[in-house]
Design a protein around this ligand. Structure first.
Ligand SMILES: Nc1ncnc2c1ncn2[C@@H]1O[C@H](COP(=O)(O)OP(=O)(O)OP(=O)(O)O)[C@@H](O)[C@H]1O
Length: 568
């Protein structure tokens, strides 16, 4: 009982002392109210003065300062001037500080602004009329179906998990595409989104993808021989990072690496994209990397001269823009592939190491070959794409790699052999999911943005899922409109006869490309510097053309008359 009384008294004391403290606080606040008022006013005056000073143009700050100083001196010199000035300042501060600072309007939660609209837009697609307990409906709310979401600092949707009814046909691409379009429309078409459909749990995970680095200049990449950096992707798509120099600094970026060579499961590449999407730039990116370890044969079917910077470079057999030049070059390439195969087989049969002239990588780079196919068809000549059959089918063993780039509109004119053997795929440019599926060979789980910079697209290497891709800015060094620093970066990578330490491409005699019996006599190619592997006089039709790849051969090259390489 006494303990109870003791506790009650203690509680009363506590309440009394709390009241005392509150009363003292109130009195103090009343007492200091004028001071608080004046301090608030002075603070506002100071803020106003700072803003005026910042808004005053630099050239008018000196006179303003002088005028203020003169006014101050004048005020001091006046009888009772300082006293009057202080009184005036305190009065104006009291006036300015009389209103307490207005509380800021709370910013609305972006979820409450944006998600109801998305919920309403999805409702027609995810609500069945005879569903007794609909997930989506006029009475429902977004919190019932959106389980997890995130917004970026700009208030844009960054991630969202959507629940959908089990009867929604999530296995049908058309049904999926409808939902993806609605989500992308409401969340903003300027960005790319990844859609992960969890068919078992009836959930869709939407993730907005951050932009990839653009304008990464061409440079030497840290890769193993046979590895080609096609561009850069998301850090989640690969565990690999490579050093990249950009904007005067250096950092690391996750690359899209295409492995070529005899151990590659995807030894050939097909890249498609609309005009201006950067397919020729991609081809140039590959060419510059391939030149480090191999020789090139370039066919420019569009004849725009976009690969003229490669003409006469050591390691570049030829750059052909004409149909007859392309036919001659590709026929040589087919025979060279057969010769290499025969040489490799013979060496293996004899138990000898593979001859160097059969193992040096040879790259066949074709830009817009369908243009030449159409021309050949009109002229009744063989289709250049048909001549790719042997390099495509046997190129892996013979170290011959084929890269074909073309417009996406020409996808149906790409030969079936190219389509079936070129399993490394790239699709560039903003295109519909259907067109991207044609280019990549598989459906894409990423919704492309409405606008994409040049060189942006998707890469699919073999059986792997497609990943986003941004091709390095390997611009045409002869393109006056390209930024000078990007052109200089490409020029620095182009090999010169005196800088290339490896074996140069064999010098070629006078341009006498072999053409089939039905073909017109060969003429000169507009860009082609010299013909490829001309057949020795008297050699039987179909006999492999001998190509010598070696240092001594490169030395002898200098004795031939070769058109001088362009001077940069
Ligand atoms: N990855 C890139 N980074 C920066 N600029 C690029 C990139 N790719 C392409 N470009 C620029 O975009 C323009 C078009 O590129 P490119 O010629 O490679 O496209 P294309 O698909 O071959 O078009 P076309 O079929 O008309 O020749 C060029 O000015 C080029 O410099």
């Amino acid at each position: 009982m006494s303990l109870n009384r003791h506790l009650t008294r203690g509680r009363e004391q506590l309440v009394r002392s709390r009241d005392l403290a509150r009363t003292a606080g109130d009195h103090a606040a009343d007492m200091f109210a004028p001071l608080t008022l004046i301090a608030r006013g002075l603070r506002r005056h100071a803020g106003w003065a700072r803003a005026r000073w910042a808004a005053t143009p630099k050239d008018r700050r000196g006179p303003t300062l002088l005028l203020t100083a003169a006014a101050l001196v004048g005020g001091v010199l006046l009888p009772h001037g300082p006293l009057l000035a202080i009184v005036a300042l305190l009065a104006s501060a009291a006036w300015a500080g009389r209103r307490p600072r207005t509380a800021q309007e709370p910013t609305p939660d972006p979820a409450d602004v944006k998600l109801p609209a998305l919920y309403a837009a999805l409702t027609p697609y995810l609500c069945a009329a005879d569903d007794p307990c609909p997930l989506y409906g006029p009475e429902g709310g977004y919190r019932d179906v959106f389980t997890d979401w995130a917004f970026d600092p700009d208030g844009r949707l960054a991630a969202l998990e959507i629940a959908y009814p089990a009867y929604f046909t999530d296995t049908e691409p058309i049904a999926r595409a409808r939902i993806e379009q609605v989500v992308q429309g409401k969340a903003g078409r300027a960005r790319e989104y990844r859609f992960d459909w969890d068919e078992e749990c009836n959930r869709l995970q939407v993730t907005a993808l951050s932009p990839l680095p653009v304008d990464v200049p061409a440079q030497n990449w840290v890769t193993a021989p046979g590895e080609i950096v096609l561009g850069f992707t998301d850090s989640l798509a690969t565990q690999r990072m490579i050093p990249v120099a950009q904007d005067g600094g250096s950092g690391h970026q996750p690359p899209v690496v295409w492995r070529t060579g005899p151990r590659s499961a995807d030894p050939h590449l097909l890249a498609l994209g609309p005009a201006g999407s950067g397919t020729s730039t991609l081809l140039r990116t590959v060419a510059l990397q391939a030149l480090a370890h191999g020789d090139l044969l370039v066919i420019d079917g569009a004849g725009t001269g976009e690969h003229a910077c490669l003409v006469n470079r050591p390691g570049v057999h030829t750059v052909e823009t004409s149909l007859h030049g392309a036919l001659a070059a590709l026929e040589w390439a087919a025979q060279e592939t057969e010769r290499r195969l025969a040489a490799l087989n013979a060496a293996r049969y004899r138990g000898e190491p593979a001859p160097a002239d059969a193992t040096r990588p040879l790259w066949l780079l074709l830009d817009h070959p369908t243009e030449l196919s159409e021309l050949a068809h009109a002229e009744g000549r063989p289709d250049p794409q048909d001549l790719l059959e042997v390099p495509l089918r046997h190129g892996r063993a013979a170290r011959v790699t084929v890269v074909v780039v073309d417009t996406i509109e020409a996808a149906d004119r790409i030969s079936p052999t190219v389509r079936s053997t070129a399993r490394a795929r790239v699709a560039l440019g903003a295109r519909t999911p259907e067109e991207l599926q044609v280019a990549l060979g598989v459906p894409l789980d990423i919704a492309p943005a409405a606008q994409t910079p040049p060189g942006r697209g998707y890469a699919r290497i073999g059986a792997h899922a497609p990943t986003r891709l941004q091709v390095p800015a390997t611009v045409d060094p002869l393109d006056d409109e390209a930024p000078a620093r990007l052109r200089d970066a490409v020029i620095a990578l182009l090999p010169h006869r005196d800088t290339r330490t490896e074996a140069a491409a064999p010098p070629l005699p006078d341009h006498q490309p072999h053409t089939p019996a039905t073909a017109q006599p060969a003429g000169s190619s507009p860009v082609g510097a010299h013909p490829v592997g001309a057949r020795p006089a008297g050699a039987p039709q179909g006999a492999p053309v001998r190509v010598e790849l070696g240092k001594d051969r490169a030395d002898r090259a200098d004795q031939h008359e070769v058109r001088s390489a362009p001077q940069w």
